[in-house]
Design a protein around this ligand. Sequence first.
Ligand code: LLP
Length: 431
Amino acid sequence: MICSNITRDADGTLRFAGQSVPALAEQYGTPLYLMDEDRIRFNCRMYRQALRDSFGDAALPLYASKACAFKQMYRIMAEEGMGVDTVSCGEIHTALAAGFPAERIWFHGDGKTDADIRWAVEKRVGRFIVDNETELLALAAEAKRQGVKQKILLRVTPGIDPHTFEAVNTGTVDVKFGVAIQTGQALDFARLALEQDALELEGIHCHVGSMVFDESVFEDSAEIMLGFIAEMKEKLGFEAKVLNLGGGYGVRYTEKDKHVDIPARIAALADFIKGRCAALGIAVPMLLLEPGRSIVADAGMTVYTVSTVKHIPNCKNYVIIDGGMPDNPRWCLYRAAYTVLHAERGGGETELFTLAGRCCESGDILQPNVPLPADVRRGDIVCVCTTGAYNYSMASNYNRLGRPPVVLLRSGDSYIAVRRETAEDLCARDL
Ligand code: LLP
C-alpha cells in the first residue's frame, strides 16, 4: 500500500489507521475526510526529535497550517510542542480560539494589510515574517504605536530552483515573495529593519518550494542563506540568531514517488550547516523548518460513494462520485497524482477509470486512468489516499456543495473535528 496506515483485510475491506473504511463511510456519510491523528502526532514527533538530535532544544518545527487548519489541528500542534506558521488572521484566529499560545505563532504573508498588522500585534503574535520593506515600515509604525518591541524575521529569496512544479516554486529571484539576496536588495532590507527601534530582528527566512525530493535543495539554500548571514555580520555588524529554511519535503502520492527519509535529511543538513558556519566564522543559528505537507498528507484519506459508472466504447470509462473539485482541486490546479482505491474489493479484474466529480464542468476530474474493479457500480465506496494536505484547506463551495466533515481517527476510535457543512450553513451569510 502507498502508506503503512492503509491495509486491506482478506475479504477486501480497506482499513485506514486500523479502522474499516466502509464502516466509517456508513457511520459519517460521504464525501468524508478522514485524518489519522496518530500519524499526525507521529510526524510531529519525527520532526521534533530529528531537529533536537541535531541542533538541541532550541530548534523547532513550525507546522505550516495552510496545509490543513481547523481548531483541533491547532490543539494537536500545541500538545505536540510545535510552533505554527500562519498566513492570515483567519488562521491565527483559529489557532488562538483553540488555545494555541500566541508566542508560538509565526505570521507569514506577502500581502498583510494594516488591519492584519494591527490585530496581530494586539494579539501579541510571536513573530512576523516580514515580506518586504513596505510591510516592514507599516509594522514598525504599528508596533511603536502599541508600545511593543515586535520580533521579526525577514523573508529573503535565495535564487534556488527546487525542481518542482511552477505553482509551488517560491525560491527563485522572480517570484512574488520576499526580497532577493542576489540583487543586493536583501542587504538594504536588513539595514532598514535594524534601524527600526520597535522591531527586533532575529534572523532570516526562505522557502524555496513544495514537493521537494531533490537531495541538495535544502543544502543549496542553506549555503546561500548562511553566506548572507556572514555578509550581514561583516557589513551591518548584525549576527542573525535564527535561520528558517521553510517547508517543502515531498511525500508519496503514488508508488512512483520516492520516500523521503526526513530524519536522515535533517541530520545531513545539520552537518552541512555546522560545517559552513565554521568555515564562515559565524555562530550556528537556531534552525526552524516549516513542514506542512509532510506532517498531514499521509494522515488523510477522502472517502466517496460512487454515483454512476459510464463506459464510452473505445474511448474511456468514468467513475463519477459524490464529491469532486470542491473537496479536492489539486488535479485541476496542478495535475497532481493520487492513488485511488476501492474500499470494499481489492483483487479481481480491473479496468482503467477516470475518477470524476459531480460538478457541472467537464474538467472536474480527481484523477484520470486509475485501476478499479471492472464491476465497480453505484453505491460502492472508493477513496483517494494521501489527501491530508491542501485538500480540506483548499476546499470550496463550488456548485453550492457543502464541504465534507473532517473525522479524526485516534487509537481505534473516531470523532468529528469539523462537522459537515449543511444547506443552512451555505445560506448563513446570505442576506
Ligand atoms: N512555508 C512557507 C512559507 C510556504 O509557503 C509553504 C507552502 C510551506 C512552508 C509548507 O510547505 P510544504 O511543507 O507543505 O510543502 N497548494 C499547493 C501547495 C502550496 C504550498 C504553499 N506554501 C498544493 O496543493 O500542492
